[in-house]
Design a protein around this ligand. Structure first.
Ligand SMILES: NC(=O)c1ccc[n+]([C@@H]2O[C@H](COP(=O)([O-])OP(=O)(O)OC[C@H]3O[C@@H](n4cnc5c(N)ncnc54)[C@H](OP(=O)(O)O)[C@@H]3O)[C@@H](O)[C@H]2O)c1
Length: 351
């Protein structure tokens, strides 16, 4: 549980909660088997976004989660006890716990063939990737660059671009991660430590650049390689760090200037994307996974201990995470939890 804003090591603690949360109308209770980390998890623990999204404490972190339905609230029609499900619980979090209650509108059935850890790795990153590529108009024949192709969103984006029919997918990543990006279906990988995107592409042009890294440089590089009326889609900000009033003002000024720039000359569109999670979007991602077009790139698994949670967050925070990193709340191979959890039992019973 997070008790305040700050360094994860200082503000997270193991805790036992009574009673077990019960599902209200339109909610499902889920016995969590696995959770996944995304940069927003440690950003919000540190309080980087407290100005736009304040937290009440204590708060159980990790938005991405997967598990088994143990109870359903009034009006829930899509799920029954025993269903294997996953969700990006974008407001409530709760992945780093044994039981959570989630709005049904955010929950999808897990695609067949995944374990819980793989299912937990999907919701936030893969929904973002699909939404961003669609906003970019990626479809049959598109030539696409994915900047940050080895990370969580990028690893899904490379594959989903292929699945949408892209004719060419170029990933930008560290040379050390080129093999990972190629294995996901990229035709080519630009080693960002050796060349800029425009140097690597030379005279070649692409239709869409999806930026999963952020910074002004991505916009400048993309403009150099996009065709007229090409689309620069970004899921990241120019500035890292805490969201403050001055940084919001600068962000809005950047948006306005780039939008204005998009209306003249080569008319390269500037398309910032913010995920608004939904089961409809997640269902569409899951269909791609079920078809075999997209694999879930889980690369590291951490145990459900305080140390395990801290290592998971630190791994993401290092900026060197490849694919997805997950927390195994119920260790793989352990008997599944499928019965409703009695309200009198402690949720967190670890020392
Ligand atoms: N707008 C939204 O709704 C939304 C949704 C999800 C995520 N995001 C944001 O999108 C970004 C990516 O998310 P993610 O989950 O994919 O992150 P991630 O998994 O942590 O990405 C890690 C990868 O980023 C690359 N990287 C790190 N620092 C870099 C740098 N200075 N220059 C270039 N590449 C760098 C590294 O790859 P290489 O070393 O191989 O280059 C690393 O493997 C984050 O900022 C996240 O907050 C936004």
């Amino acid at each position: 549980m997070q008790t305040g804003y700050g360094d994860a090591g200082a503000v997270l603690e193991l805790s036992t909660t009574h009673p077990v949360p019960e599902p209200g109308p339109g909610q499902v209770q889920i016995a969590v088997h696995a959770a996944a980390v995304n940069p927003i998890d440690w950003q919000m623990i540190e309080g980087n976004r407290r100005m736009i999204s304040a937290r009440t404490f204590p708060f159980v972190p990790l938005f991405d989660l997967a598990g088994v339905v143990t109870a359903v609230g009034e009006g829930v029609t899509r799920f029954a006890v025993g269903d294997a499900v996953h969700a990006d619980d974008e407001k409530g979090g709760g992945g780093a716990s044994e039981v959570v209650v989630v709005d049904e509108r955010l929950v999808s059935a897990q695609p067949a063939g995944l374990d819980h850890a793989e299912a937990a790795a999907v919701p936030l990153a893969a929904q973002t990737a699909l939404l961003a590529l669609e906003r970019g108009g990626v479809g049959p024949g598109s030539r696409v660059v994915v900047v940050g192709a080895s990370g969580g969103v990028g690893s899904f984006a490379v594959q989903i671009a292929r699945a949408l029919g892209a004719a060419q997918v170029i990933g930008v990543a560290s040379g050390a991660n080129a093999g990972h990006v190629r294995s996901l279906g990229a035709d080519e990988v630009v080693d960002r430590t050796r060349a800029t995107l425009s140097e690597a592409l030379g005279d070649r042009r692409v239709d869409v650049v999806l930026d999963c890294v952020g910074g002004r440089e991505q916009w400048l590089q993309a403009r150099a390689v996009l065709v007229p009326r090409g689309r620069f889609v970004t899921i990241a900000r120019d500035e890292d760090g805490e969201v403050t009033l001055p940084s919001v003002v600068r962000l809005l000024a950047v948006f306005a200037a780039r939008r204005a720039r998009s209306a003249v000359g080569r008319r390269i569109a500037y398309v910032p994307v913010f995920l608004d999670a939904s089961h409809e979007l997640l269902d569409r991602v899951d269909a791609l996974i079920a078809s075999g077009a997209v694999v879930v790139p889980v690369t590291t698994r951490h145990p459900f201990t305080l140390e395990g949670v801290l290592e998971l967050l630190a791994h993401s925070r290092s900026g060197r995470a490849v694919g997805k990193s997950v927390l195994e709340v119920v260790p793989a191979g352990a008997p599944p939890v499928v019965a409703p959890v009695p309200a009198t039992r402690p949720v967190h019973d670890r020392p």
